[in-house]
Design a protein around this ligand. Structure first.
Ligand SMILES: [Zn+2]
Length: 139
C-alpha cells in the first residue's frame, strides 16, 4: 500500500521559494536605488582586481541596474552572458508555469546535462571578453 507523500517537503519548498524570492527582491531593490557605477559599497571582483581580466560575472551588477531601468542594450554591453542567462531562465520559468497551468509534467527545472555546456559557454565568454577584438563584451 502506498502512503501519501509527506506534506512537510512541499511546505518547506514553498517557504524556501518565498524566502528566496524576498531576498532576490531585496537585492533588486538595493541595486535599483543605488547605481553600482556611483556607489562604492558593492563588492569588488577579486579576480578582476588581482588579474586585470574580466571574469564571466564582471558587470553583472551594472547589467542588472541597467535592466531594472529598462536599458536592455546597456545591460547587454555590461554582461551579455548574464542577460541572456536571465532570459533563458525566464523562458524556462514561463514554460514550467504553462505546463503547471495545463497540468502537464515539466521535468527538472535545470537538468544536469546543461551544466557542462553552460560552464563551457561561460569559459568561452570569459576568454572572448578579454580579447581586444571582442572588447564590446567587456563592461
Ligand atoms: Zn569579475
Amino acid at each position: 500500500m502506498k502512503s501519501a507523500p509527506p506534506k512537510i517537503a512541499g511546505t518547506q519548498a514553498r517557504f524556501a521559494t518565498i524566502v528566496l524570492a524576498a531576498a532576490l527582491a531585496g537585492v533588486a531593490a538595493v541595486i535599483f536605488f543605488f547605481n553600482p557605477a556611483t556607489h562604492a559599497f558593492y563588492p569588488v571582483c577579486q579576480f578582476h582586481r588581482l588579474t586585470g581580466f574580466n571574469c564571466p560575472g564582471c558587470g553583472m551588477t551594472r547589467a542588472l541596474f541597467a535592466l531594472l531601468h529598462g536599458e536592455v542594450l546597456l545591460a547587454l554591453h555590461d554582461n551579455a552572458l548574464f542577460v541572456l542567462t536571465l532570459l533563458a531562465l525566464a523562458i524556462r520559468a514561463a514554460w514550467f508555469g504553462w505546463n503547471h497551468h495545463r497540468g502537464r509534467p515539466s521535468g527538472e527545472f535545470f537538468p544536469l546535462k546543461f551544466l557542462w555546456p553552460l560552464l563551457a559557454l561561460a569559459l568561452l565568454f570569459t576568454v572572448l571578453r578579454n580579447l581586444s577584438a571582442f572588447a564590446f563584451l567587456s563592461p
